[in-house]
Design a protein around this ligand. Structure first.
Ligand code: NAD
Length: 339
């Protein structure tokens, strides 16, 4: 019986060991989100210069201190290792059931190359990303069969947008027989851009006159000059965001009905506007209506991205334990709340 099959699956418990790859703004926030949780044990983290591993669990304060004061987790005494191929070493040498990939996607092919590294290493488990660009998610889609054959359950586009707001759109769509539009508008407030370098660089890549390559090539000083000119604000419209592809693949609406834009204030943690998604459609009675899901202004970008990523990591672990591998998006799977 299906229910017996389900019951025979081991529950997600603190035996489930997880890691965080990328230990910048989101990676460090993820450490703070996950540390008090009982169901997932945080045992590994990596940055560009090294990694830390402790099978008994890592301490977020100690990891963040090592990262801030010495520039890498590799200096964490006694659990750190300095390495210029930290991801490869962690994959090959440490025992971890699932990873949150809090890595920059610069160049735009980087996350897909990390997924390939996991496949080639013969690693089995759950991977979750917070990828943003449609073209980046398309590269992951091409790996779907390889991920499945490798025994990897990959949860893609599981941050805030794409992620939480895309999932909310998928739920809201249920009231309608046809979806006219999905409009995502986000407001992000951060105290300084250095705390989220990759996020800001990748956002700049959406501005008119910029692309991923030009944004990647900009020095920190050039970014500061640009932000000086805009008074710290970034106004973003019609972004290439994978919410469109994810909602299309989930059968909800054509991608051209989905639009994403927002405002980022890099000098003030207060959100410049309330993040929301509006889903307009027609009901079976022929009425046109709009559902709006608005995030509380007090929730930071980090809270909305990291909470969602771990919710999907837990969902991915349940799928993996049932032998379900391959590529899934936030629009087709429900996140599970991590206790
Ligand atoms: P960041 O620049 O603050 O940190 C990046 C981290 O990755 C650093 O610790 C760096 O050392 C590490 N890193 C870089 N290259 C590495 C490598 N080769 N090996 C190991 N570690 C490496 O980045 P951030 O601002 O936290 O953003 C991370 C990602 O999250 C970005 O791609 C951003 O676009 C994405 N993001 C998604 C959402 C969403 O809602 N979906 C929201 C915000 C950010």
């Amino acid at each position: 019986m299906e229910s017996e099959k389900y019951m025979s699956v081991a529950p997600v418990t603190s035996e489930t060991k997880i890691g965080i790859l990328g230990f910048g703004g989101l990676g460090q926030a993820a450490a703070r989100v996950i540390a008090p949780k009982r169901e997932l044990a945080w045992v590994a983290a990596a940055d560009r210069k090294g990694y830390a591993y402790n099978p008994a669990g890592l301490d977020p304060d100690a990891c963040i201190a090592a990262s801030h004061s010495q520039g890498s987790l590799g200096y964490l005494d006694p659990y750190g290792t300095l390495s210029s191929s930290s991801i490869q070493e962690v994959i090959e040498s440490e025992s971890v059931d699932g990873y949150f990939l809090a890595l920059p996607n610069l160049p735009n092919t980087y996350m897909a190359s990390v997924a390939r590294q996991f496949i080639q290493a013969g690693w089995r488990g759950v991977l979750v990303d917070a990828l943003k660009r449609t073209s980046a998610v398309e590269q992951l889609l091409e790996l779907k069969e390889e991920l499945q054959a490798a025994g990897i359950t990959y949860m893609c586009g599981c941050g805030a947008t794409p992620g939480l707001l895309t999932a909310a759109a998928a739920i809201a769509a249920q009231s309608y027989t046809e979806i006219h539009s999905v409009k995502i508008t986000f407001g992000v407030g951060i105290a300084n851009w250095e705390a989220y370098r990759a996020t800001i660089r990748e956002d700049i890549a959406h501005l008119p006159g910029y692309d991923v390559e030009t944004a990647k090539a900009m020095s920190d000083a050039e970014i500061e000059t640009l932000l000086e000119q805009t008074n710290g604000m970034l106004y973003l419209e019609n972004m290439e965001h994978a919410d469109d592809l994810m909602l299309e693949l989930a059968g909800i609406c054509a991608r051209d009905r989905v639009s994403v834009g927002g405002v980022v204030d890099t000098r003030n943690p207060k959100k410049p506007l309330s993040t929301n998604v509006q889903i307009q459609g027609r009901t079976f009675e022929g009425k046109t209506a709009t559902h709006t899901f608005t995030l509380g202004d007090e929730t930071s970008m980090a809270a909305n991205v990291c909470g969602t990523a771990f919710g999907y990591l837990k969902a991915g672990v349940s799928l993996h334990r049932r032998g379900i591998y391959g590529l899934f998006s936030a629009a087709e799977i429900m996140p599970q709340f991590v206790k």
